[in-house]
Design a binder for this molecule. Structure first.
Ligand code: GLN
Length: 482
């Protein structure tokens, strides 16, 4: 079954002409049409465009110039701009919007010969941790259709887990690649802030947002990261660094690797089954010579509250552009002010409105110093504290999510409980650190993610250690055939 293969395995078959790019695409399209009605992972399947991509990819093979991504299908979170394919951010406010340009990551994937399958579901404007806050309805976890795939890139995570795509992209502002990867038992990687261009990613919180790959193996994730990273003059925060180098992730060993275990991420608030699964995995790594030391990172406790000031502040500013004037929904009113008000009232969902209100409040005169400025200071303190620990270790290891996949609806009426799910993932965004989640086992049949967080710019090292960890822990689980 072609859909079961990793991107690396597909590449080998394509290269040796055992399969064609059309066959690879058709196998995935067939599986999408069979399983997507239940999963709701894809919101748009760009069938026709994908066939054109596949034919172009076949030519690259015929002309002898394929890359590792040529002919491999990729799913894109629907907040990544795609020329000619609707990009709706799961919001009614963007109704009918078709971007006139490709995001840099899309442009790069296309020039590497990848096949864009379509767009995946998310929480509206990437605000959430469950993919329930979507104008398209919730995405379902392939391990249990009653459960959430996590979020906000739930559609991307679910599509990779359910083998609708070997590759997907998501965006990670406070954990939205790593947390759904953990809950769906796949690999999710957030590169160092600035390694991947944000040009064409619909902005949520610009100082935190970073696009990242989903795949079923670390090696695949490294290749997709290669395809999307590298300096981009169109993004002023882009680092002047070359693309992530997948060749350099091989040949590592766990022998003598030094890992910090923050005690704040192994105790209170963490599901016992999650901690037990992670600890059992750590024992296996120790048997391979990995060294562990418990550390304290006290600022972790302030992460969630700090994040939920900074991210809404930036969002309130970024989302001011949805005024009904040039694109998306427009309410029918005769004067421009009431038109804008009515458009925003009708177009944004409850969670997005709440964040715009909070963000506007914390930035307003009289409250700026007490909230936004204070949060910025705490953020700098957190980044520094993590940085200092990372000077002494190869990486910080922890659970990715405090809990395994939860039932759809279980947390939606409890906004604080949902936000606490970001507890272990937020620090990497605060400091810009690279961090990867990979499956380290299951608890009561549901996947548990292990987070590997490394120093700034050490993306290759994080991938290398993750590859060693993946090899040591052995084959991960597959979801039941939906
Ligand atoms: N769950 C976090 C939020 O709701 C993170 C979202 C993200 O990373 N995009 O803001």
């Amino acid at each position: 079954m072609l859909t079961r293969l990793s991107a690396t395995e597909l590449h080998k078959l394509l290269l040796s002409r055992q399969v064609s790019t059309r066959e690879v695409l058709d196998a995935h399209l067939e599986r999408i049409s069979r399983l997507n009605p239940r999963l709701n992972a894809f919101v748009t399947v760009a069938e026709e465009r994908a066939r054109e991509d596949a034919d172009r990819a076949q030519k690259l093979f015929d002309e002898g110039a394929p890359t590792r991504l040529t002919g491999v299908p990729v799913a894109l979170k629907d907040n990544i701009s795609t020329q000619g394919i609707a990009t709706l951010c799961a919001s009614r406010v963007l109704e009918g919007y078709v971007p006139p340009y490709d995001a840099t990551v899309v442009e790069r994937l296309r020039s590497a010969g990848a096949v864009i399958l379509g767009k995946t579901n998310l929480d509206e404007f990437a605000m959430g941790s469950s993919t329930e806050h979507s104008a398209h309805g919730p995405t379902r976890n392939p391990y249990d259709l009653e459960r959430s795939p996590g979020g906000s890139s739930g559609g991307s995570a679910a599509s990779v887990a359910a083998e609708l795509a070997p590759f997907a992209l998501g965006s990670d502002t406070g954990g939205s690649v790593r947390q759904p990867a953990a809950l769906c038992g796949v690999v999710g990687f957030k590169p160092t802030y600035g390694r991947c261009s944000r040009y064409g990613l619909v902005a949520f919180s610009s100082s935190l947002d970073q696009i990242g790959p989903f795949a079923r193996t670390v090696e695949d994730a490294a290749w997709l990261a290669w395809g999307i990273t590298g300096h981009d003059p169109k993004d002023s925060t882009s680092l002047p660094m070359s693309p992530i180098d997948p060749a350099s992730i091989h040949g590592g060993t766990l022998k003598g690797a030094r890992f910090a275990l923050p005690k704040e991420m192994f105790g209170e608030g963490m599901q016992p089954g999650v901690v037990a699964t992670v600890r059992a995995a750590l024992d296996k790594l120790a048997a391979e010579g990995a060294e562990f030391e418990e550390v304290s990172l006290p600022s972790t406790r302030f992460g969630v509250t700090t994040y939920y000031i900074i991210a809404p502040a930036e969002a309130s500013s970024n989302l001011a552009r949805y005024d009904g004037v040039r694109f998306g929904l427009r309410a029918d009113r005769s004067d421009p002010i009431s038109m804008t008000e009515a458009t925003r009232a009708a177009g944004f969902g409850k969670e997005v409105k709440t964040r715009i209100l909070i963000g506007t409040y914390v930035l307003s005169a009289g409250y700026y110093d007490a909230f936004y400025l204070q949060a910025s200071k705490v953020r700098a303190m957190m980044a520094q504290e993590y940085q200092q620990v990372l000077e002494r270790f190869d990486a910080i290891l922890s659970p990715t999510s405090p809990i395994t996949a939860f039932k759809i609806g279980q947390l939606s009426e409890d906004p604080m409980a949902l936000k606490l799910l970001d507890y272990c993932t937020i620090p990497a965004n605060m400091g810009g650190f690279p961090a990867l989640s990979l499956s380290c086992g299951t608890s009561e049949g549901l996947p548990v993610g292990l987070q590997v967080l490394g120093p700034l710019r050490a993306d290759e090292r994080v991938l290398q250690l993750s590859l060693c960890i993946e090899r040591t822990l052995g084959a991960t689980s597959r979801p039941p055939e939906a």
